[in-house]
Design a protein around this ligand. Structure first.
Ligand SMILES: NC(=O)c1ccc[n+]([C@@H]2O[C@H](COP(=O)([O-])OP(=O)(O)OC[C@H]3O[C@@H](n4cnc5c(N)ncnc54)[C@H](OP(=O)(O)O)[C@@H]3O)[C@@H](O)[C@H]2O)c1
Length: 292
């Protein structure tokens, strides 16, 4: 038992260069990687098969992502922020706002979805890989929303690791991603591509579970358009003082006009996950069933 735990820690410490460095052992949130008796691997395959009840360990946190409630899509936004609501420092640095267990949670989310979507701001600032490395699981497809074609061909999001890679841009924009990256050109009004059009395009590729991973600008657009089923806000017990704000939405006159929604709260080591149920405000996208 002790040997197995040590082995997992060694594995985490010897990950190849990555977006996230899991340098600290995980204590009270289950974690393990790549063995036939890996509880997470079992969980994720049962989750995808969709018939059996989910094992209890992760059922509360990931169960709501298994099946769509409004249509066949399940769209989850995520944001990791400080106690004072910042997702990055003033210079745009955001590694690592959340602790190791919060980061493992993000990799688990990636392992359960069909596709991970980021805005070009994140791709430029962080050059993320958006792969599953901290846990066992299938690699999701990767999408960047880049309406003006600002992202260079050497961005790691475009790297070929056998998964589908899409560049969503505005119609009429010239883009030059590397070979193998598919360009999806959609109509834009004043620079904004309707999130519902992005989701319909992804659904057309058979992508059903969709993670909108950031940044704040992108997640806020999907939220404002009623295009999220759930929002995972992972709050880290740190105060950044200044820097990139979390959600950015139109101002309200009064506090009692604030959006309220059912939530589930999970303590994930030092971080606190607010799992917000937005299904009441989710627009129906009328997608035909394409379940995996
Ligand atoms: N803590 C976290 O959870 C987390 C996660 C991810 C990123 N980050 C941090 O967040 C920062 C980047 O976030 P950000 O909010 O500045 O940028 P972002 O959301 O990554 O990207 C925003 C840009 O993407 C394009 N875009 C996204 N949705 C669009 C739509 N529907 N239609 C048209 N264009 C769309 C636009 O590009 P154009 O500007 O070209 O029009 C937009 O300005 C970085 O500092 C990064 O480190 C933090």
């Amino acid at each position: 038992m002790i040997f197995v735990a040590c082995w997992h820690i060694v594995e985490l410490l010897t990950q190849p260069q990555s977006d996230f460095d899991f340098g600290v052992p995980i204590a009270n949130f289950p974690s393990s990687k790549s063995s036939s008796s890996d509880p997470w691997e079992d969980f994720s395959s049962i989750f995808r098969r969709g018939q059996q009840p989910l094992p209890q360990t992760w059922a509360d946190v990931f169960g709501p992502l298994r099946k769509g409630t409004v249509d066949d899509l399940v769209i989850v936004g995520q944001i990791g922020q400080s106690l004072d609501g910042r997702i990055a420092t003033e210079s745009g640095h955001s590694k690592y706002i959340n602790g190791p267990a919060g980061l493992l949670h993000l990799h688990r989310l990636r392992a359960l979805v069909d596709v991970v979507v980021v805005g070009v701001g994140t791709a430029l600032a962080d050059d993320p890989q958006l792969t599953v490395r901290g846990v066992a699981g299938p690699q999701p497809s990767r999408v960047v929303i880049d309406p003006k074609g600002r992202l260079g061909a050497d961005a790691r999001i475009f790297a070929d690791n056998g998964v589908r890679r899409l560049l969503i841009t505005a119609q009429g924009t010239r883009c030059a991603p590397p070979p193998g990256v598919e360009i999806v050109a959609l109509p834009a009004a004043e620079g904004c591509i309707a999130p519902s059009a992005i989701l319909s395009a992804l659904a057309g590729y058979g992508m059903r579970r969709i993670l909108i991973e950031g940044g704040a600008n992108t997640v806020s657009r999907f939220l404002a358009a009623g295009c999220l089923d759930r929002l995972h806000v992972m709050v880290a017990p740190i105060i950044l003082g200044a820097g990139g704000p979390g959600l950015i939405l139109p101002p309200l006159e009064r506090a009692d006009q604030a959006q309220r929604m059912p939530i589930r709260v999970h303590k994930i080591e030092d971080d606190v996950l607010f799992d917000c149920d937005l299904s009441d405000q989710r627009v129906a996208l009328g997608i035909a069933k394409k379940s995996t």
